[in-house]
Design a protein. Structure first.
Length: 356
């Protein structure tokens, strides 16, 4: 689950679904998770879950981020995953702690699998100086532990300079001496709409998915060690415009985080769901309110204080409420409605598109 520690940020990305919060400052009540609330109410309820990601806004700007990270590491169960979504522009004291955490004396001692999810920007969303800083931060993490960091890209327009983004990331891996034959994963997501806030962020229209997929397949050819990982939906129309001789490249796409996309010629004989994952990601905001995911943050599913523990049972209860909402309160639109993949392998990209 994703814990949203604060809603403020030091960037203002055009696609960001957290954008509406960015005018708020650090001290606005309800926009930042109270440290006592985190220790007393939140952590005891989530300490047994298998995956926690800190999210924001920019979570590393939370005034007590270091204390929150340290107490979470001490409290989580062995073999659990802990992650930090970040844009890389973090205070030095936080960078120091995170570098220690990925190092040999860090999370590994507690058997926690810890990773940094670094959101890599285009020039439209970051200054040259800050971008350079992100590169230094990335190199510092990879230098400490080659498995400590995964780059993320947001697919917000077919006009964005995705090639430069991939070339910069590839250069970082080549400079650190990635052995030939070894691959690296880049986390990708189309920029989804935010329900009720359509005007505030740039989104990738579903009709552009095939063109975006075309560009991604070309990039797989250009960078042979690159693979793409989609965390939630993998809209199959992304591959509508590829040729038969390119089919072998499809195995370099992963969906629902770690499943390789199967051989495209065998899709029709398999029971596949490339749509919104069965497992709810579950975002929890600064005051403990729970949402299925950020595009649906206007649809509250509960509050952590409604439950003794935010465990599988609690999540299933909230996810059932979410599924009722998305399947009963709206319908798919074009191009999904007449798409051959719709309700066969795909539930319309992201449910949020049906609400805008
Ligand atoms: C909201 S950010 C917060 C953490 C941090 N500031 C960062 O940029 O990673 C977390 C993730 O959400 C993604 N994101 C932001 N807006 C999005 C949108 N409209 N659709 C899909 N993902 C989005 C970002 O690319 C990032 O990977
Ligand atoms: S994506 Fe991250 S870095 Fe960009 S504005 Fe949103 S919260 Fe900030
Ligand atoms: S249902 Fe929509 S998102 Fe899914 S493959 Fe078809 S057009 Fe793409």
């Amino acid at each position: 689950m994703n814990l949203i520690l604060n809603s403020y940020c030091n960037l203002k990305c055009n696609y960001c679904f957290a954008d509406e919060y960015m005018e708020e400052n650090v001290k606005t009540p309800g926009k930042s998770m109270d440290y006592e609330f985190f220790i007393g109410e939140m952590l005891p309820r989530v300490k047994n879950v298998t995956l926690i990601n800190f999210m924001g806004g920019e979570p590393t700007l939370h005034p007590r981020f270091n204390d929150i990270l340290s107490s979470t590491l001490e409290t989580m169960q062995p073999f659990a995953y802990l992650g930090v979504f970040t844009n890389g522009l973090m205070p030095d004291k936080t960078l120091d702690l995170l570098l220690k955490t990925v190092g040999p004396e860090g999370s590994i001692q507690r058997q926690i699998q810890f990773s940094i999810l670094l959101n890599w920007q285009t020039k439209e969303n970051i200054s040259e100086r800050n971008h350079q800083r992100c590169r230094e931060v990335a190199e510092a993490f990879l230098g400490e532990n080659a498995n400590s960091l995964m780059f993320s890209l947001n697919l917000y327009s077919v006009e964005q300079d995705l090639e430069t983004q991939c070339r910069e990331i590839d250069a970082i891996y080549q400079d650190m001496g990635l052995p030939e034959g070894q691959s690296y994963k880049i986390r990708v997501s189309p920029a989804f709409p935010i329900v009720g806030e359509q005007e505030n962020n740039v989104t990738l229209p579903i009709k552009d998915f095939p063109r975006m997929g075309r560009k991604m397949v070309d990039l797989l050819k250009e960078f042979p060690q690159l693979t793409f990982r989609f965390d939630c939906s993998f809209p199959p129309c992304l591959l509508d415009s590829i040729n038969e001789e390119e089919f072998p490249l499809v195995e370099r796409f992963f969906y629902h985080a770690n499943q390789p996309v199967p051989d495209i010629t065998k899709w029709k004989d398999q029971d596949l769901n490339f749509g919104c994952s069965d497992d709810s990601p579950m975002d929890i905001g600064p005051t403990g309110d729970c949402f299925n995911c950020f595009p649906f943050h206007d649809f509250k599913l509960g509050n952590v204080q409604d439950f003794k523990e935010v465990n599988d049972i609690a999540v299933k209860k909230m996810h059932t409420k979410f599924l009722g909402h998305v399947f009963e309160d709206t319908q798919a639109k074009e191009p999904c409605k007449s798409c051959p993949h719709y309700m066969v392998t795909c539930t319309s990209g992201c449910f949020a598109y049906n609400f805008v």
